[in-house]
Design a protein around this ligand. Structure first.
Ligand code: FAD
Ligand code: SF4
Length: 558
């Protein structure tokens, strides 16, 4: 049995519409950016810089030349990452304007260690070249996002938080903008006292920077036939932030335990432990969603990891202050859409799949792609140009292909796929790929959807530690620590089949870090208000759609 046997009742075509609001009720903006993550905000900042020197273009874009829609309560509320940041793209974006020491970083990476773990021991191994962090900085992406949002606003962008983009507006073969979601509906869709209808936001160029599992990105790939040869595959990351008694002086990565090496389990991943200044540490577990074990729970694996002597010692005397979860697109170059533009549309960041998995890095690619998207949009907005004609935005794809993003991704293009063959063989192949900068093995590996993996039945869950409320935590207290205050009577935003076999219902129950699913005699029940919008369900047989704007987690430190 595999999750793909029970596809969700979801049709991407239902999320494309022509603008319907009367012209005088539409919100008209110049460039519309969906998503205030590093990609979207870099795009807004770069546009602000370019428009500063082009008052005639700014004038033509109307009252709101650049707008950014963000579904979180505020910019940063839905941002979660490691995060060790390569500052390369930020330096380029803020050249001559801001120095790295003015950015909200906890400091440069000074030392690093990689360990191979068994259940009791930690064997230090040489740092693989792809994982070296010399010259990189530690940050909280949520904090970095808030700072980037301030920079974007200073440059003239209008940021609209608590606003979900739910439909792509397209007419005459080109993208016209998006429709925002209604607010104030009850569980059955009825209008409550505080009801506010969504609106058509129309723009000359729409930039989708929705991050992982982008809802409209998926809709646009379908509508314009942009998908590449290989499907995207994902990993789920669950992380915590701790106040600690003693400072950590290095970044740590671990491989091995609690994951299993045998290829039949397809367990690819590891953990990260990063210092956040002198009194905080962040740690997380990342596991590929092509796993097969129906009892695998990334949240519980992170709890198990903390019981390891190496990790327990670091947290001893400390206190958990934040928790969150999010997916990472892991397919790399081979899973990218064949084209990242369509008439009137650009796609950047994680939404496109620009992540270097062996390095666990995507932030600088998001920023670089957002900046390049801004430059392409700006060029197409010059007098005499029309961004909605076919090919007008192709310069974005060309610029991305010439950039360091593409070069990096090409070198590691087969690496994620190699680990589908088990930890040891995958590790050996990855070593050969690194040594030859991606020339060996020649050719490209094919990828299978995460939902195509047959499920295995094991008794894995028995090894998960019980929650003690000090070192280890259950899912519900973790959802609380994410700041999620979603109202219980909001309409459901998770599209799944309810009449699924118990095996699949139980797999979803374990998989979801936020305890949304409950296996029942008839299939599965859900509590959508717990959802932290991590996106794992879209990889494993369902579909996450954007809930009411302003709901979901309220991250501040992740
Ligand atoms: C556990 C984990 C650890 C990681 N560690 C690192 C690391 O150490 N270093 C590194 O470089 N990278 C790391 N990454 C990857 C990195 O976080 C991403 O590559 C990066 O955040 C991508 O930026 P983005 O702007 O494309 O998307 P995101 O950061 O996901 O931002 C997208 C934004 O768009 C909003 N949005 C989405 N859809 C809509 C919609 N329809 N309407 C309105 N708003 C919408 C979201 O709420 C969000 O705020 C890690 C990722 C994870 C999950
Ligand atoms: S319901 Fe789905 S998207 Fe929401 S937290 Fe659970 S797995 Fe993630």
């Amino acid at each position: 049995m595999k999750p793909a046997d029970y596809p969700p009742p979801f049709d991407a075509r239902e999320f494309v519409a022509a603008p319907a609001d009367p012209e005088d009720e539409r919100i008209d903006v110049g460039v519309l950016i969906v998503g205030a993550g590093p990609a979207g905000l870099a795009c807004a900042i770069r546009l602000g810089q370019l428009l500063e020197n082009a008052p005639e273009v700014r004038e033509r874009l109307g009252e709101v030349p650049v707008a950014v829609l963000e579904k979180g309560k505020q910019p940063g509320s839905h941002l979660l990452s490691g995060a060790v940041v390569n500052p390369r793209a930020l330096r380029r974006l803020f050249k001559g304007r801001k120095r790295v020491d003015e950015m909200p970083f906890y400091g440069p990476v000074e030392h690093e260690s990689v360990y191979f773990l068994t259940s009791k021991r930690a064997l230090r191994i040489p740092t693989p070249p792809t994982m070296k962090n010399d010259g990189n900085y530690v940050a909280s992406l949520s904090q970095l996002g808030r700072w980037l949002a301030e920079q974007a606003e200073e440059g003239g962008a209008m940021i609209l938080p608590e606003t979900s983009a739910v439909k792509l507006l397209a007419a005459d073969g080109r993208v016209r903008g998006v429709r925002t979601g209604d607010k104030g509906r009850g569980r059955d869709g009825e209008q409550l006292g505080n009801f506010e209808p969504g609106a058509d936001v129309v723009a000359r160029v729409t930039v989708l920077a929705e991050g992982t599992q982008g809802h409209l990105t998926g809709v646009a790939l379908n509508r314009f036939g942009l998908a590449g040869e290989n499907p995207q595959v994902w990993a789920l990351g669950v992380k915590e932030v701790w106040k600690v008694a003693r400072p950590l002086d290095r970044v740590i990565h671990t491989m091995g335990w609690p994951l299993r090496a045998a290829s039949k389990y397809r367990e690819f991943g590891g953990s990260f432990i990063y210092p956040m200044g002198k009194d905080m540490v962040t740690l997380g577990m990342v596991v590929g969603l092509d796993y097969r074990d129906g009892e695998l729970s990334v949240h519980d694996l992170l709890q198990e990891l903390k019981t390891h002597p190496l990790v327990r010692k670091l947290l001893d005397g400390g206190e958990r202050v934040a928790w969150g979860a999010k997916t990472i697109p892991e397919g790399g170059l081979l899973s990218l859409p064949r084209q990242l533009h369509a008439p009137g549309l650009l796609i950047c960041g994680d939404g496109a799949g620009l992540v270097n998995v062996p390095a666990l890095k995507g932030i600088h690619y998001a920023i670089e792609s957002g900046s390049l998207a801004a430059e392409a949009a700006f060029a197409a907005l010059q007098r005499g140009q029309t961004p909605s004609t076919p090919g007008a935005l192709a310069v974005y794809d060309e610029a991305l292909r010439q950039s360091f993003v593409w070069k990096d991704l090409k070198e590691v293009r087969n690496m994620r796929q190699a680990f589908g063959r088990g930890f040891w063989l995958g590790g050996a192949l990855a070593g050969a790929m690194t040594a030859t900068k991606g020339h060996f093995p020649p050719g490209d590996t094919r990828t299978e959807r995460d939902s195509e993996q047959e499920l295995l039945r094991t008794d894995r869950a028995q090894s998960y530690p019980a929650s003690d409320g000090k070192l280890t935590f259950d899912k519900l207290s973790s959802v609380f620590a994410s700041g999620n205050k979603t109202r219980d009577d909001q309409p459901n935003h998770i599209v799944i089949r309810r009449d699924v076999p118990p095996e699949l219902a139980r797999m979803w129950e374990r998989m979801c870090p936020a305890q949304v699913y409950e296996a029942t005699a008839e299939g599965v029940d859900i509590t959508p208000s717990n959802c932290v919008q991590c996106g794992a369900i879209t990889a494993k047989g369902g579909r996450l759609t954007p809930p009411e704007g302003g709901s979901g987690p309220e991250y501040t430190l992740t």
